[in-house]
Design a binder for this molecule. Sequence first.
Ligand code: ZN
Length: 227
Amino acid sequence: MTSRTLCDLATSLLDMALPAACAGCSIEGVALCPTCCGALNVRLGLPAGVPIGLPSALPMPLAQLEWCAPFSGAVRKALHGFKYAGERRLAGPLAAAVAARWKAAGAGGELLVPVPVHAERARRRGYDQAVLLTAEASRRLQLPWLGALERTRNTAPQFDLGRRARRMNVAGAFALRDPSQAARIGGRWVVLVDDVMTTGSTLVACAEALYGAGAVAVSAVTVARER
Ligand SMILES: [Zn+2]
């Protein structure tokens, strides 16, 4: 199945229910048009792993890191719509891209875990975008998912911080939502799911909480990567 078919399937039912404008380029009639779906799947055929030339190698202690597209253009706009404009219907096509990239990279895992926003922010927004994304990706990858983590403090937005400040900002900011769930994480290979990755500090902070709960490996997949 091509990436375009995946996107079409993910958006067609929603489009029938409610005509929309493309979140990437504003063309009318679809939640995400084929051109913007193509932008979302631009890395689908690339080899697994972090290419040489990016500012950081694999952020430790992540076992793997994959992403679908650079955080720019139509992808950036679509993610903005998904996070800030209430465009929940984008969860389908965005998760389809995540699942396709994860499969194409030959990556595995046993349990998907979303990178949570702070409960207060999710309440204000009405949803947690990483939870929607993870639930949709779970269905497509046929892997279970668990909302295992919570943000224990409301961290400052990462985008206006430097690399070192980002790490300090999120260090220790995640914990198990329910300590009794450690039994579902112990001995497992966990895959973190998020919308955008920048320096990886947030993914690292989440991975540390999961390793603390006994995970044997923590990988990560995001829709986009900045820089
Ligand atoms: Zn478009």
